[in-house]
Design a protein around this ligand. Structure first.
Ligand code: OAD
Length: 234
């Protein structure tokens, strides 16, 4: 089976009702990124940051995967699919995708404030625990914090993601403005002869001069088209 490697961003989940970050009504307009998505913001006002992610977690219970997520899961019948996602929601998993690498962490998990990447402290929350409070402690006794990679923090999954990008037979990008590194740099690991597709209703500047097949559509319509093209010809 050919290896299909998919890099997804906030636009992947937009049709499920989750707001993107940098579009006109994006999350970062309402919540300044330096307040809710940096270690400095967390140190300055942990309550605000916990509340922000509690709200995002609550929303997970109200949304469901869209047709785009579902088609990516269906494609596992035809390809070895690896999803490299910048999203912290769990919609790829809920749609049935079996190999999902979260570059920026996961909303459903929490960790230690002292050492966020200590595996002994990372744990999955049950839905009834989605409301994390000041005073809730990690295994090392520090305050529980969201298992989210904030700006300025290392991205531990990036080297594994880069290896998948290097091995891809087909590379597909969906719903990311390609603004945030190192995730946006993954395209540069994809060998030049490998076909690259990009689904986004807006123009996304790619640079690097490599040929990219743009599908200027939303995630669901774009995936319907690609599935027809790929599976129709198998
Ligand atoms: P952005 O909000 O920067 O970009 C979202 C992209 O999705 C844009 O290019 C939109 O045009 C596109 N889009 C909107 N609706 C769409 C639809 N229905 N179908 C397909 N695409 C659509 O989000 P990201 O690039 O994911 O990090 O942002 C990257 C990172 O920045 C996030 O992971 C997050 C954020 O700060 C952290 O929180 C650490």
């Amino acid at each position: 089976m050919k290896k299909l490697v998919v890099l997804t961003g906030a636009g992947m989940s937009a049709e499920s009702g989750i707001r993107t970050f940098r579009d006109a009504d994006g999350l970062w307009e309402e919540y300044p990124v330096e307040q809710v998505a940096t270690p400095e913001g967390y140190a300055a006002n942990p309550q605000l940051v916990l509340d922000f992610y509690n709200q995002r977690r609550r929303q997970l219970l109200e949304v469901k995967p869209n047709r785009g997520h579902e088609i990516l899961a269906e494609l596992e019948q035809y390809f070895q699919v690896t999803i490299l996602t910048q999203n912290v929601d769990n919609l790829h998993e809920r749609a049935g995708s079996s190999q999902v690498i979260h570059l920026h962490g996961e909303l459903t998990k929490v960790t230690s404030s002292r050492d966020p990447n200590d595996p002994a402290c990372i744990r999955e929350l049950k839905p009834e625990e989605y409301e994390v409070k000041i005073g809730d402690l990690a295994a090392d006794g520090s305050q529980l914090r969201p298992y989210i990679v904030w700006f300025g923090e290392p991205v531990p999954m990036i080297s594994m993601a880069a290896r998948y990008a290097q091995e891809a037979d087909i590379f597909l990008i969906i719903g990311t403005s390609m603004n945030v590194y190192p995730a946006a740099g993954l395209l540069r690991y994809v060998p030049f002869q490998v076909p690259v597709y990009l689904i986004d209703p807006k123009e996304v500047p790619i640079g690097s001069g490599r040929p990219v097949q743009f599908l200027r559509k939303g995630a669901s319509a774009g995936m319907e088209e690609l599935k027809k093209m790929w599976v129709g010809s198998l």
